[in-house]
Design a protein around this ligand. Structure first.
Ligand code: IPE
Ligand code: IPE
Ligand code: MG
Length: 234
């Protein structure tokens, strides 16, 4: 492939429907989705993607049953504790985006642990959006900006659309390719600021079935895009 996106973001949707179609519990879909994610990380690194952002749990997902919320929290801990070694070996640095409140201490500890263990890895960044909301991120950034203005750490004239990134949960480059699996064509409050010129790729495949071939197809779509960023064609 000639043109590889620097930052790919994935809205990993359809785990529940994947499970329902097979007569399984929703949790089985999430378990399968976690396996798919592991593969996706390794593949993204292999093809040279520098930043991979994944939507694993939205602030609005707390509306789901306590059973499902608990399952997803425990899955995160298990996932990072079990996969930790492999991820480190693969030179992937793990960072998180989202609010800490109201996450459990054991969940926060697992996050801290993986961040710490992978902090010197440089090949690829995995940005795990967990308890994440795009509007919340912009509100939280605005509050930090207000604080820095009041404390004279930031001058009003130095704030612009590039410097605004320093105030987001992670200071990452903008999204080049945004993939959503699972039939819906919406952002569901995902990385609203960073997606401003992202190429959008929607695919019907439910996330547990999203394999390397599906990812290649998304990359081919990206390769075919003519990104103008507001400029005129010459
Ligand atoms: C995405 O799959 C994973 C999370 C939101 C945690 P869903 O659980 O939303 O699956 P569907 O959309 O109900 O099929
Ligand atoms: C978005 O999916 C959140 C994640 C993939 C983690 P949802 O399933 O929560 O989104 P809606 O409710 O269909 O918009
Ligand atoms: Mg969904």
């Amino acid at each position: 492939m000639n043109k590889i996106p620097t930052h790919v973001a994935v809205i990993m949707d359809g785990n529940g429907r994947w499970a329902k179609e097979r007569g399984l519990k929703r949790s089985e879909g999430h378990r399968e989705g976690a396996k798919t994610l592991e593969n996706l990380i390794l593949y993204a690194k292999k093809v040279g993607i520098k930043v991979l952002s994944v939507y694993t749990f939205s602030t609005d997902n707390f509306k789901r049953s306590q059973e499902e919320v608990d399952f997803l929290m425990n899955l995160l801990i298990l996932y990072f504790n079990e996969k930790l070694e492999k991820v480190c070996k693969e030179e992937v640095r793990v960072v998180f985006s989202g609010r800490k409140e109201p996450l459990r201490k054991d969940v926060l500890d697992a996050m801290q642990n993986i961040m710490e263990k992978t902090k010197n890895n440089t090949k690829c960044i995995l940005n795990v959006c967990f308890n994440y909301g795009g509007q919340e991120e912009i509100v939280d950034a605005s509050l930090k900006i207000h604080e820095d203005l009041v404390e004279h750490k930031l001058k009003k004239e130095d704030l612009n659309r590039e410097t605004f990134y320093h105030y987001l949960y992670q200071d990452l480059p903008p999204i080049d390719l945004l993939i959503r699996t699972g039939k819906e064509h919406r952002l569901s409050n995902f990385m609203l600021y960073q997606a401003f010129y992202a190429e959008l790729y929607f695919v019907d495949t439910y996330f547990p079935d999203f394999d390397d071939a599906c990812f290649d197809e998304a990359l081919r779509y990206y390769e075919s895009c003519n990104r103008r960023f507001g400029n005129a064609e010459d």
